[in-house]
Design a protein around this ligand. Structure first.
Ligand code: DAT
Length: 164
C-alpha cells in the first residue's frame, strides 16, 4: 500500500481550553479552504467516547486537509499527521478568558495548571517528531494573523515538497 494518499496536510491545533484553538482553526480554514474538524462536535454528534473517536474520523484523515481542533493530541496516529501546533497563552490572559467563560474555581485552576505545566506541549512532543511540533502564542489578534500566515506558508511548502 502507498504510504500517503492525501493531497493536503493534516494539521493538529491543540492546547489548553481557552488558548485560542477554535479561533485559529476557523481563521485558517477560511484562508486555506482546509476543513475545520472540531473534535468536540464529532464527540457530541456521534455521542461517542475517545476510544471510538478515531474510527469516526480516520477516513477524513486519510483524505487529508483536516484542521483538527482539540484539547488533546496523542490519539491521532503520527502517520496521518503532518503538523502539530500547540497554542499557548500567558497565564493572566488565559485566566481572564476562562473566567469570562464562566468556569468554576476548580475547573479554572485545573486548566491553569494544565497551561503552566505545559501538559499539551509535552503530550505533543512525546507523540510526534520534534520537528513536527510548533508552539504558537495567542494573546493578541495580531498574533492570530501572524500564526495563520505562518501556517499558510507552511501548507504551501508542504504541497510543493509533496508534488501536489
Ligand atoms: P479554545 O478553542 O482554545 O478553547 P477559543 O478560540 O475559543 O479557545 O478562544 C477563547 C477566547 O479567547 C475567545 O473569546 C477568543 C479569545 N482569543 C483567543 N485567542 C485570542 C487572541 N490571540 N487574541 C484575542 N483574543 C483571543
Amino acid at each position: 500500500m502507498s504510504t500517503m494518499t492525501r493531497t493536503s496536510p493534516n494539521i493538529i491545533i491543540t492546547g489548553t481550553p481557552g488558548v485560542g484553538k477554535t479561533t485559529h482553526s476557523e481563521t485558517l480554514a477560511q484562508r486555506t479552504g482546509l476543513h475545520h474538524l472540531d473534535i468536540n462536535d464529532v464527540v457530541k454528534k456521534h455521542n461517542i467516547d475517545e476510544d471510538r473517536l478515531l474510527d469516526c474520523i480516520e477516513n477524513d484523515l486519510e483524505d487529508g486537509g483536516q484542521i483538527i481542533d482539540w484539547h488533546a493530541c496523542d490519539l491521532f496516529p503520527p502517520r496521518l499527521i503532518d503538523l502539530v501546533c500547540v497554542v499557548r497563552c500567558e497565564n493572566k490572559v488565559l485566566y481572564d478568558r476562562l473566567k469570562k467563560r464562566g468556569y468554576g474555581e476548580k475547573k479554572l485552576q485545573e486548566n491553569m495548571d494544565c497551561e503552566i505545566m505545559e501538559v499539551l506541549l509535552q503530550e505533543a512532543r512525546e507523540a510526534y517528531d520534534d520537528e513536527m511540533v510548533v508552539e504558537l502564542r495567542s494573546e493578541s489578534t495580531e498574533e492570530i494573523d501572524a500564526n495563520v500566515e505562518r501556517i499558510e506558508q507552511w501548507i504551501k511548502n508542504w504541497k510543493k515538497d509533496h508534488g501536489k
